[in-house]
Ligand binder design. Structure first.
Ligand code: FAD
Length: 389
């Protein structure tokens, strides 16, 4: 087993606490020992490594920032970010699983849920005994979720849901879906449990990206859920957007893991691959690529750390999260493509992690708000002019 040493050109570690370094170390080891040895096989077979879920729970990585009274670790947001970074060095699919469970399922239950919902679901989700998913995107409404067609209607037994969601991570394997639907014209959150009549979650196949992650449709046909399953504190589109903000924060950190994996592979390869009588690392054009990578990694690390410190001091603006998500995803994809070039033909093989990361990053750049949406969010913030339509 190879032990990953990390990438730290600017002594960013000196800005981290002992606890933060310790958590990162344990996730780094978990990824080296448990994720990297199995990930290519799962990716090839289009399967999520389900056997890792209990271990993710045992390590305290699910809902890591939530309070200990619900079985969570109560860590800070920088620790959460570092966890995402290390997991994504393994694979974006593993990080996506933890992002969805933590930021898109446990966070809304914690933030908008009743005491009963919190006590019932959070400890089970933290332990990995139960799996959740988050249904916002619809076949006809992606970047513009305000137009969603999924409806909830008050009925004698509770609420009746009709509509469909698409591109839902963990959908088929989830025990509970956090579903966003319009009730009397207002977006509200609902908990839909696996096995409820009128609810199905078929898996979507044929992806060339995020293949070690389950992606599904959610279909509601006169699906009646009990009245207790509405998230009482959810109010309007702002509620799912608050969840997305948590998840985007995790993505901004996560993709630095992909950057590091690709940089590490390219650097090592370039030092041992001989062409024209010397290692390709000795050519100026290869060095230009490697220097670009380490520069962008260093910039993203510093950006993320400040993002995390702002979040931990309750000063973070959602527009700052957009800037980081937008920048880091774009740079990660550029680094992955550049690393693939350095590896030449070997770059397309599954012997190296580069092509897998590159394919994954195509999804990561698109989900949780596309590059263009984050451009418009930051653009509106700095100009005061909305350019969405
Ligand atoms: C693997 C994967 C997993 C996902 N998991 C989840 C999940 O768990 N839950 C969930 O709810 N969703 C999930 N999504 C959905 C994801 O969030 C959406 O794909 C994303 O929001 C974009 O929506 P869309 O694909 O419908 O693209 P569209 O909204 O149709 O956009 C298509 C293109 O048009 C551009 N565009 C749209 N409007 C404008 C504009 N005003 N100005 C300029 N350009 C514009 C977009 O930026 C994009 O480039 C997932 C997606 C993928 C690929």
């Amino acid at each position: 087993m190879n032990k990953f040493a990390g990438v730290d050109y600017f002594e960013v570690d000196s800005l981290l606490t002992e606890d933060e370094i310790m958590v990162r170390g344990s996730v780094r080891e978990f990824v080296d020992q448990k994720v990297i040895p199995v990930i290519e096989k799962h990716y090839h077979e289009e399967k999520f490594p389900l056997h890792l879920i209990p271990k993710l729970g045992e390590l305290g990585l699910l809902g890591i920032t939530l309070p200990q009274e619900y079985g969570c670790a109560g860590m800070n947001n920088v620790a959460y970010g570092l966890v995402m970074q290390e997991l994504e060095r393994g694979d974006s699919g593993i990080r996506s699983f933890v992002s969805v469970q933590s930021s898109l399922v446990m966070y809304p239950i914690f933030t908008f849920g009743s005491d009963e919902q919190k006590k019932f679901w959070l400890p089970k989700l933290a332990a990995g005994e139960k799996i959740g998913c988050f249904g916002l995107t619809e076949p006809d409404f992606g970047s513009n979720p305000a137009g969603m067609l999924t409806r909830a209607e008050k009925v004698a037994e509770g609420y009746k849901l009709n509509g469909a969601k698409m591109w839902i991570t963990n959908g088929t394997i989830a025990d509970v879906a956090v579903v966003w639907a319009k009730l009397d014209g207002e977006v509200r959150g609902f908990l839909v449990e696996k096995g409820t009549n009128g609810f199905s979650a078929p898996e979507m196949k044929g992806k060339h990206s995020l293949k070690a992650s389950v992606t599904s449709e959610l279909i509601f046909e006169d699906c009646v859920i009990p009245a207790r399953n509405i998230l009482p504190g959810s109010k309007g589109l702002k509620s799912p957007l608050m969840c997305l903000n948590q998840a985007r924060f995790g993505i901004a950190w996560g993709v630095v893991g992909s950057m590091m994996a690709c940089y590490d592979a390219a650097l090592n390869y370039s030092k041992s691959r001989i062409q024209f009588g010397k290692p390709i690392a000795g050519f100026q054009m290869t060095q230009e690529k490697l220097v670009y990578m380490i520069t962008e990694i260093t910039k993203a690390q510093l950006l993320n750390l400040q993002l995390g410190r702002l979040k931990d001091s309750n000063k973070l603006k959602h527009t700052q999260v957009s800037l980081a998500k937008r920048n880091n995803c774009e740079k990660a994809l550029e680094i992955a493509r550049s690393a693939r070039e350095i590896l030449g033909a070997n770059g397309i093989l599954n012997e190296y992690p580069v092509m897998r990361h590159s394919q994954n990053l195509e999804s990561v750049k698109t989900y949780e708000g596309t590059h263009e949406m984050h451009t418009l969010i930051v653009g509106e913030d700095i100009t005061g002019l909305a350019a969405f339509n």
